[in-house]
Design a protein around this ligand. Structure first.
Ligand SMILES: [Zn+2]
Length: 314
């Protein structure tokens, strides 16, 4: 498992009170190093060569990068919503997160997978025309568009964050090539209020969106049964040539935002199950960090997840 971390996360500081803080990536790196894995940083000159402005424009046709730069002035200092603050250097951090994701993606497509892109700010709430939910540019959606540009015609996106990946869903709602499946907390009680089972795609993409909402208080057994018995078989039926995972760890029982009760043992089983599923199909896989807002989400979530994954394949 190749682990990449974005080099510019600290360029996106947030005001006190918001939980999507720079320390999150330190927690993630500590969890990775604790099991003996190496954390790689792409070289600045390598990231400079990752030109993904076209792919970003495909995902966000509202001129998102320009809007971000326009927001990076003291009298604005946010984009679209108060939970998306912008510091003078936030646009640079956002760009580095996308570029790190694309860098990692190109690596798995050339050398095979799997890889994990530890990036922030996260991306899965960023819709085509709005930044929201701590997300500015949809890292996973841009990666899927880049994969399509490179010839992948059957992309599967699995979103295991406790919140519905509404932005990713919106981007691919009518795209039959990209299957989007999200397991998340019931939209009636959890942000962002979308992700009902009846949301199944539209037009050519009807049937290529699968939402699996679970009640507040859901524990590992129920969650893993949904993943193993419903989500993964549906993704397999799409016959994907690439798996992208929006990997949020805010399903952990210690997370202050999420209402699920997953334990370290559950994350270990999840990592094992996903690794087995990927290995059985011999497809590349890229995991991209989304949420997780307590140190335990990483030390007792990401860490056992990776241990489970590595117990099966390298
Ligand atoms: Zn989340």
């Amino acid at each position: 498992m190749r682990i990449w971390v974005t080099p510019s996360s600290e360029l996106h500081p947030v005001p006190a009170g918001l939980p999507e803080i720079p320390e999150r990536l330190r927690w993630a790196e500590d969890a990775v190093r604790a099991i003996g894995l190496i954390v790689d940083r792409p070289m600045p000159e390598d990231l400079d060569r990752v030109d993904c402005t076209e792919q970003i424009a495909m995902v966000h046709p509202d001129g998102r990068l320009d809007r971000l730069r326009e927001g990076a002035v003291p009298w604005r200092a946010k984009i679209d919503t108060p939970e998306c603050p912008i510091s003078p250097t936030t646009p640079e951090a956002v760009m580095a997160a996308v570029q790190t994701t694309i860098w990692a993606l190109r690596g798995v497509l050339v050398h095979g997978g799997p890889a994990f892109a530890l990036v922030r700010p996260p991306g899965h709430h960023a819709t085509p025309r709005h930044a929201m939910g701590f997300c500015y540019v949809n890292n996973v959606a841009v990666a899927a568009r880049e994969a399509q540009r490179l010839g992948r015609t059957r992309v599967a996106i699995l979103d295991i964050d406790v919140h519905h990946g509404n932005g990713t869903q919106d981007v691919f709602y009518e795209d039959a090539q990209v299957f989007f499946c999200s397991l998340h907390e019931d939209p009636r009680t959890q942000y962002p209020g979308t992700g009902f089972a009846a949301e199944r795609g539209a037009g050519a993409g009807l049937g290529t969106t699968l939402n699996l909402p679970y009640a507040n208080g859901t524990a590992g057994e129920t969650y893993l049964r949904g993943l193993d018995d419903t989500a993964l078989p549906a993704l397999a039926a799409h016959r994907p040539d690439l798996l992208l995972v929006s990997a949020g760890f805010d399903t952990h029982e210690a997370d202050p935002l999420g209402g699920f009760l997953l334990s370290g043992a559950d994350f270990r089983r999840m990592g094992q199950g996903l690794a087995r599923w990927v290995a059985a199909r011999s497809i590349p896989a890229l995991l991209v960090l989304e949420g997780g807002y307590d140190p335990l989400c990483f030390s007792d979530g990401l860490r056992p997840f990776l241990e489970g994954w590595l117990s099966l394949i390298d």
